[in-house]
Design a protein around this ligand. Sequence first.
Ligand code: IDP
Ligand code: MG
Length: 154
Amino acid sequence: MMEKTLVILKPCTLQRGLIGEVISRFEQKGLILAGMKMAWLSDEVLSEHYTHQKDKPFFQRLKDSMNTTPVVICCWKGVDAVSVVRTMIGATNGRNALPGTIRGDYSVSVQENIVHASDSIETATVELKRFFNDDELFSYDPVLLSNLYANDEI
Ligand code: IDP
Ligand code: MG
């Protein structure tokens, strides 16, 4: 199924000059860029975004790290995009993430792990609403669609 998923390029990625590298990985895979912006996330938004971690000892430190700089927020589209992106980013802890994955190639940390990506279709829907207004997500004809997918895949 054609899906949209949310990716946040974290402050560590901005500071290390890896924004272009990471965006290139998704582009080269064949994912379709449906939205992109820069934003400085507030503690309130981060509390909502990381609510599943609110009882963890690292919760405040994680939020603080996420608002040391602005972040780059993307919406990527594709068949099974949610699971494709999760597979591409690798395990949460960069030290365990396999080489070839984004975290495996660029991170040695569990917290400073380059990207956030939605972990399910339901989460993606909620997270895209959290970070994008309707008019900030774009639908257009990717000219190479027939080179990315067979007819029966889309
Ligand atoms: P995910 O980003 O792979 O989906 P989650 O379990 O949803 O992982 O955790 C959200 C974020 O919280 C991680 O990306 C990471 O930055 C941070 N995090 C998770 N576990 C730890 C930890 O044990 N220590 C510090 N930060 C953590
Ligand atoms: Mg998660």
